[in-house]
Design a protein around this ligand. Structure first.
Ligand SMILES: Cc1cc2nc3c(=O)[nH]c(=O)nc-3n(C[C@H](O)[C@H](O)[C@H](O)COP(=O)(O)OP(=O)(O)OC[C@H]3O[C@@H](n4cnc5c(N)ncnc54)[C@H](O)[C@@H]3O)c2cc1C
Length: 99
């Protein structure tokens, strides 16, 4: 989260100098470490807790839609960073789907 926030601030205030301090020996060893979370994308396409059942048995998709919109915004953010060369392209051209 700190890396994301720092990158975001740097885009709107490129002249700012930002320092991030990590209390552990290396970064991303807590929740972000791949072995410390479930590894899903939280796109709200299959998580039932984002589509609660009302007392009358009805299902409301509002929260799932809201979460999915946030997920799509995250994807746009990451692809913008790839286009700007700030992030490495996660898909080598040999594995890129045909369009
Ligand atoms: C069991 C579990 C399963 C999950 N499953 C999923 C999932 O499937 N999909 C998903 O999208 N999300 C999942 N999440 C949530 C996701 O992993 C976290 O929301 C995300 O990794 C949080 O990132 P972060 O950078 O905010 O926190 P972290 O990755 O925890 O980073 C916080 C950092 O701050 C450092 N720190 C703490 N205190 C200080 C201090 N005082 N000074 C300096 N540094 C400090 C820590 O050492 C750590 O490196 C899961 C979380 C858990 C716990």
């Amino acid at each position: 989260m700190s890396a994301t926030l720092g990158t975001l601030i740097k885009q709107v205030q490129p002249d700012w100098s930002i320092e991030i301090f990590e209390s552990r020996n290396s970064v991303a060893t807590e929740s972000t470490n791949a072995w410390n979370n479930a590894g899903t994308g939280h796109a709200a396409l299959c998580e039932l807790n984002y589509m609660p059942e009302g007392a009358d048995g009805s299902l409301s998709p509002d929260k799932a839609i809201d979460i999915n919109e946030q997920f799509q915004l995250s994807r746009q953010w990451w692809s913008t960073l790839v286009k700007k060369g700030i992030l490495n392209d996660p898909l080598p051209s040999s594995t890129r789907p045909l369009t």
